[in-house]
Ligand binder design. Structure first.
Ligand SMILES: Nc1ncnc2c1ncn2[C@@H]1O[C@H](COP(=O)(O)OP(=O)(O)OP(=O)(O)O)[C@@H](O)[C@H]1O
Ligand SMILES: [Mg+2]
Length: 354
């Protein structure tokens, strides 16, 4: 798929913008603080309904404005759908996102600075990464995740209540069962997502780095290879006394992690900064093929500052790799010479073709 004509009104530092990107590679260049990342964020918002940069809607409207509008033509083969979204300020000062839902085939994959955390941050960043990817593959994954979080919060609240051991056990029982069922569903999809990523990750990392370094990703859980809810239920029961003492659920997918290794050693502990950035980028690019197969069309790639901190050879490899994707937006503070790319210059919230 690709995004055709884009219209923005009062979005971040864009007062008004009407822009026609190219269906393939778009290089978005310009000095710092001119609106390159804001533009990618707006494209992501049109396609997916969410910002890849913030969960706070109030940050997106231009300061001082009351209403914000975004629209874009989403094209897939012969089909074209115009998606319009508005953010409106309610009386209580909060913002509401209204507008039509994007077509079910619309997908965007974003890469940005925050993605370095997938490799060198804590487990939360890796769980969010795999859940985001699984959500692009299996549309009901996010609903399962939200359901799981609700159950977990209820169970934790119960664990924090001071009560007689026996009484508390009885109250916990139905929550244990729900947590085990929904938890195993979540875990199963995450494992499938990791498996879908592995082959592509190895290929993409080799293509980007030009080296023979082997990269591997594995799902890490205290439940080993278990696939049945009974295994999680048994683990919960086994640790229940400790959980009651600490007021916290100690086993389940909310404690899991991903192992990311380069030639058998932990990329987080031993990878160089450039290697870590490249692994993070390779993880996003490795999503492309599985997401294309799941959605029936290629996702739009929003690559924010994907070339920085990489040496000239690796940059060349990245540019070659993204040429084979469908529509790509690549921001950069300088203007690289890229064959066949449409080049745009961003300055103070306006975009001009070069
Ligand atoms: N809600 C908003 N309303 C108005 N302006 C905003 C809003 N949010 C951010 N900005 C402004 O937008 C400017 C450009 O931001 P953006 O992150 O897009 O820059 P950039 O071109 O990606 O820069 P860099 O090269 O440093 O990454 C910021 O300097 C900020 O002042
Ligand atoms: Mg930026």
């Amino acid at each position: 798929m690709w995004i055709g004509c884009v219209q923005l009104s009062e979005v971040r530092n864009y007062r008004t913008l009407s822009w026609r990107p190219a269906p393939r590679l778009n290089v978005v260049s310009g000095p710092n603080a001119q609106g390159k990342t804001n533009l990618l964020e707006a494209l992501g918002l049109i396609i997916t309904g969410r910002s890849f940069r913030t969960s706070r809607l109030a940050e997106i409207p231009c300061w001082g404005t009351e209403a914000t509008a975004l629209a874009g033509d989403l094209v897939r083969g012969e089909t074209q759908r115009t998606v319009r979204r508005t953010l409106n300020r309610l009386e209580d000062g909060t913002w509401q996102n209204t507008g039509e839902a994007a077509p079910e085939w619309a997908r965007a994959i974003a890469f940005g600075w925050q993605d370095l955390e997938i490799v060198n941050g804590g487990p939360v960043a890796r769980r969010n990464f795999i859940d985001g990817f699984a959500g692009r593959l299996y549309p009901n994954h996010i609903a399962t995740l939200l359901r799981f979080r609700q159950i977990l919060a209820r169970r934790n609240r119960l664990l924090q209540q001071r009560a007689h051991d026996a009484a508390q056990s009885a109250k916990l029982q139905p929550w244990n069962e729900q947590l085990a069922t929904v938890g195993m569903e979540l875990l199963g999809r995450r494992r499938k997502a990791v498996a879908a990523l592995q082959t592509e990750l190895a290929r993409v990392y080799a293509a980007l780095s030009g080296a023979r370094t082997k990269v591997e990703i594995r799902y890490r859980t205290a439940l080993g290879e278990a696939t049945e809810p009974a295994a999680l239920l048994a683990a919960l029961e086994h640790r229940q006394r400790e959980e009651m003492r600490r007021g916290l659920t100690l086993v389940g997918p909310h404690r899991d992690d991903l192992a990311i290794e380069l030639d058998g050693v932990d990329a987080r502990a031993f990878g160089s900064r450039g290697q870590q950035r490249l692994v993070a980028l390779a993880l996003r690019l490795a999503e492309v093929l599985p997401v294309t197969e799941a959605a029936g069309t290629a996702p739009v790639l929003l690559l924010d500052d994907a070339l920085s901190e990489l040496d000239a050879t690796v940059r060349g490899h990245v540019l070659r790799e993204v040429q084979s994707a469908e529509q790509v937006f690549l921001t950069t503070p300088d203007t690289p010479a890229v064959e066949g790319a449409a080049i745009f210059h961003v300055s103070g919230g306006s975009v001009t073709a070069i």
